[in-house]
Design a binder for this molecule. Structure first.
Ligand code: NDP
Length: 323
């Protein structure tokens, strides 16, 4: 038997329910994975709560990142049972076993653990496209990255630092600021007690930054424009505090600013990108330049508690669910 944590309608964490089922069997081009670790992400909250459109006609199994062992192989699949693999794909991950398309799987190098792979696929590939595509940050640039102590934030600080970028972060509270400082950030602003616009301008001697990576949304997005230098880029890639409803296109006119609102799954759909970007990500981990900080672990059956902690800003780094 296998089990999954499902929600039957958009809403609060009380909607989570454990469902047992037969181990699902793969069709052509698919495999059945025995899942070893599942990554928790803010996108799981957006789907569970209904901020993002409900993607299925019945029960939803949330979760978009995981690692496991190939158990059963469907027709036409060139992967041996026993192979350790990782993936990032919207929804379906909160389960002890799952069926998944083989072309979405990336073999995990022997020296990277299942937990690390599960904690880094969605978040690390996000950092990859943010800093190489959305705004390609270069040595000597100064950028601002919000929610620096979060899952994406801790990876981004280290990766940007390795590129020689001066990186300013924001985080909620002194402990989170210290943690971000230990993960590549040159300066971290506690935006619960300090005005991040004033502080960023002070740290850059009034010049501002070349780019802001903003996943906080409602409470930061419009203010983020105030710290951009002329021709700077605002990368809006999330809304953990809610959508920024008061944003107007004309706000960009103050400095001929650029705005992009990217999403990871448009990048993973680009031919060849998933495998080449995963190779880059694993190389960064193996070089030691980027380390994965798993701040907390929950049993998969306790996923409701994990969502509560994430929404209450109580987590740091990555969170892993253990089936
Ligand atoms: P995090 O671990 O970063 O958790 C979210 C953090 O946001 C919190 O810890 C908190 O940090 C901060 N935050 C600020 N205001 C609020 C609020 N009102 N409620 C809750 N949190 C708040 O999550 P992830 O690493 O999973 O994701 C980070 C962001 O990146 C999310 O917005 C997510 O949607 C986005 N994302 C976007 C992707 C894309 O392709 N577009 C892909 C992956 C992630 P603090 O206390 O320090 O303020």
């Amino acid at each position: 038997m296998s089990y999954a944590m499902v929600v039957s309608a958009p809403g609060g964490v009380e909607n989570f329910r454990r469902v047992t089922r037969d181990i699902p069997q793969p069709g052509p081009g698919e495999v059945t994975l025995r899942q070893m670790a599942i990554g928790l992400n803010y996108i799981d909250v957006y789907f569970r709560s209904g901020l993002y459109p409900w993607p299925v006609s019945d029960d939803l199994i949330p979760g978009s990142e995981g690692a496991g062992v190939v158990e059963v192989v469907g027709e036409g699949v060139d992967l041996a049972p026993g192979t350790r693999v990782a993936y990032t794909l919207p929804n379906g991950a909160y389960a002890s076993h799952r069926v998944i398309a083989a072309d979405q799987l990336v073999p995990i190098p022997d020296d990277i653990s299942d937990e690390t792979a599960a904690a880094v696929m969605l978040k690390g590939l996000t950092v990859h496209y943010l800093i190489q595509h959305s705004f390609p940050a270069r040595e000597g640039d100064t950028v601002l990255f919000h929610a620096a102590a979060g899952g994406v934030g801790l990876l981004a600080g280290q990766w940007l630092n390795a590129l020689g970028v001066r990186v300013i972060g924001t985080a909620g509270g002194p402990q989170k600021c210290l943690l971000a400082k230990a993960h590549g950030y040159d300066h971290v602003i506690d935006y619960r007690t300090q005005d991040f616009v004033e502080e960023t301008l002070r740290l850059t001697e009034g010049k501002g930054v070349q780019a802001v990576y903003d996943s906080v949304g409602a409470v930061t997005l419009v203010k983020s424009l105030d710290v951009l230098e002329r021709f700077g880029t605002l990368v809006s890639f999330g809304q953990s505090s809610g959508p920024a409803l008061e944003f107007r296109v004309n706000d960009l006119a103050r400095g001929s600013l650029n705005l992009t609102r990217p999403t990871l799954f448009h990048h993973t759909a680009r031919p060849g990108w998933l495998h080449s970007a995963s190779a880059d990500l694993f190389a960064m981990l193996r070089s030691g330049a980027v380390k994965v900080e798993i701040g907390q672990r929950f049993a998969l059956e306790d996923v409701a508690k994990a969502h509560v902690a994430l929404e209450a800003r109580k987590t740091t780094g990555s969170t892993v669910l253990c089936p």
